[in-house]
Design a protein around this ligand. Structure first.
Ligand code: HEC
Ligand code: HEC
Ligand code: HEC
Length: 458
């Protein structure tokens, strides 16, 4: 982000913040309550709340790796500074134990804490505002029956004036539209269900929609591609980089099982998303696929033809058949690395998800920037502990940034019709020094794949 633009943005925010302070005013405190007894909540409601919490990924953002669930304190890096998530266990002192259901409903709908303070939109209430009162009631029942944990998150590290919560009133005035989901009568019930989940609790746009200088999602570029945790979250609209066009069936399979034969495995933060969606019934996954497919839209005749031709070519075998020792025919340093380090997994015909994808199908290799390809080659896919997962070794200790540049240059030229990426060496160097805070995760959701994956493929 250009620093000048950021400063101008801040100036605007301060002015609007002051105006917003009048319009939005400071919200009143909601009186504390005595933490409710577990028995006061219906078991079925608690169980429903557990599923909703998975879709909303509450656990991941409110739990420090290795720490107690929902006790908060996770460090969330933003372009503006560092924010820590709150303790949302029912501890009376440090958590939300004294929050009434009304206070919880207000936090989800309006992004306001129990005492009336505005909350940072790192808590995705710009999406959670859509959530129905009933679903919030279930979430509340679930959270209030978790183990209370005494823990106070470290203070946020934000520059003035962003450390003043009143400024958020201005941000909200500019960018935040509160209100429960309003169904679109011109669409099917399934589509509306999908929109409710995708744009609400699922907060897919928090990663997949680009943001402006003040960190708000650009409404006009809904799901047009964003970023998260050092990864590019690919476009899910007509500008999707996927070589095989995403359709409803493809999206359903990918979201249901965390991979698709023509698209590969969900990587980085997306693996957590597909893992979480595992608790949802098929009908909800189907609804999300219906909605996203309508955002992808009908491809042009040319795009569809290309996609179908590619699938035909894939059926007839890998693009370079010989995984031999003869480098001379391919030429180039990148080709040599690919043949030695990658082809054995990515061209051996072993099916997804345990075999490497034929890279002609890879969104990662076709994407507008090299970030995910760099992340994959440096860090690979670590093995999940105690469950089946797709595994790829990381090459961070094996390849220099120049070698990575040669390799990715070759992948781009050999497997795509896209222009070369220009900035691989610098991006790789910045990735290694932690500039983008890349999260490295095992794949997730794969254990829900079809039961016909033979034992020999595990
Ligand atoms: C992307 C990360 C993220 C996700 C996902 C997330 N939260 Fe949070 N949440 C935060 C952060 C960060 C804060 C602190 C905001 C602040 O300090 O202003 C927060 C604050 C809250 C608060 C206010 C607590 C307080 O003491 O002020 C509640 C309640 C809450 N979250 C509930 C939830 C629930 C329920 C879910 C799942 C449906 C959820 N959050 C998902 C990041 C997240
Ligand atoms: C925490 C950030 C995050 C959230 C939330 C998120 N995604 Fe993703 N998503 C990503 C990233 C990063 C990728 C690229 C992963 C990869 O390289 O495999 C991705 C990839 C995808 C892909 C594959 C795109 C392609 O062409 O390969 C689909 C489809 C998708 N996401 C759908 C969704 C849906 C639907 C939701 C909401 C339920 C969602 N995502 C929520 C980060 C996120
Ligand atoms: C031990 C086997 C193995 C090796 C060696 C290996 N990979 Fe992978 N790779 C996988 C598996 C398994 C996946 C996950 C399935 C998938 O999405 O392709 C994967 C995923 C990928 C992806 C993401 C594809 C997508 O769009 O989802 C890329 C890119 C990739 N590998 C590139 C490479 C490169 C480049 C090398 C060599 C430096 C390499 N791999 C070496 C097994 C391997």
């Amino acid at each position: 982000m250009k620093f000048g633009r950021f400063l101008t943005g801040l100036g605007v925010l301060i002015v609007v913040g002051v105006a917003g302070a009048f319009v939005y005013a400071w919200k009143p405190e909601i009186a504390p309550i005595k933490p409710p007894e577990r028995a006061s909540f219906d078991q079925a409601l608690i169980e429903h709340g557990a599923k909703l919490a998975a879709v909303g990924n509450c656990t991941a953002c409110h739990t420090n790796p290795g720490g107690k669930s929902f006790a908060g304190g996770l460090t969330i890096p933003t372009p503006f500074g560092t924010i820590h998530s709150s303790n949302i266990t029912p501890d009376a002192e440090t958590g939300i134990g004294t929050w009434s259901e009304a206070a919880f409903q207000r936090a989800m709908r309006d992004g306001v804490g129990r005492k009336g303070e505005h909350l940072y939109p790192a808590f995705p209430y710009d999406h959670f505002t859509n959530v129905s009162d009933d679903d919030n009631r279930a979430l509340y029942a679930f959270l209030m029956t978790r183990q209370p944990v005494k823990a106070t998150p470290p203070p946020n590290e934000l520059p003035f004036p962003l450390n003043v919560r009143l400024v958020l009133a201005g941000w909200k005035m500019l960018f935040f539209r509160d209100g429960a989901y309003q169904p679109d009568a011109s669409q099917s019930e399934e589509w509306n269900r999908g929109a409710y989940l995708v744009d609400g609790l699922g907060h897919c746009g928090a990663c997949h929609t680009p943001r402006n200088t003040l960190g708000a999602e650009k409404a006009s570029l809904h799901l047009a591609g964003g970023e998260a945790e050092g990864w590019s979250a690919f476009a899910l609209d007509g500008s999707s980089p996927a070589p095989v066009v995403w359709d409803e069936e493809g999206l359903y399979t990918y979201l249901r099982q965390g991979w698709h034969p023509d698209h590969g495995v969900a990587n980085g933060p997306m693996s957590e998303v597909t893992g979480n969606l595992g608790l949802l019934p098929d009908s909800d996954i189907r609804a999300m696929a219906t909605y996203i497919a309508s955002i992808v839209g009908e491809p042009s005749a040319e795009r569809r033809a290309k996609s179908e031709q590619l699938l035909q070519e894939i059926k007839s075998g890998p693009i370079t058949s010989a995984i031999g020792n003869d480098q001379s025919a391919l030429g180039g340093k990148g080709a040599a690395i690919y043949q030695a380090a990658c082809a054995a997994c990515h061209e051996n015909g072993r099916p997804q998800p345990f075999g490497g994808l034929d890279l002609r199908l890879s969104s990662t290799v076709h994407a507008p920037d090299a970030q995910n390809a760099i992340n994959m080659v440096l860090y690979g896919l670590p093995a999940a502990s105690g469950r089946t997962s797709a595994i790829m070794p990381g090459f961070a200790d094996v390849l220099t940034n120049d070698q990575l540049n040669d390799l990715l240059g070759y992948l781009r030229q050999h497997f795509t019709d896209q222009a070369p990426w220009g900035d691989v060496v610098q991006r790789a160097a910045d990735t290694r020094t932690g500039k983008y805070h890349v999260s490295v995760r095992p794949s997730d959701g794969i254990e829900r794949g079809p039961s016909n994956i033979g034992a020999e493929d595990q």
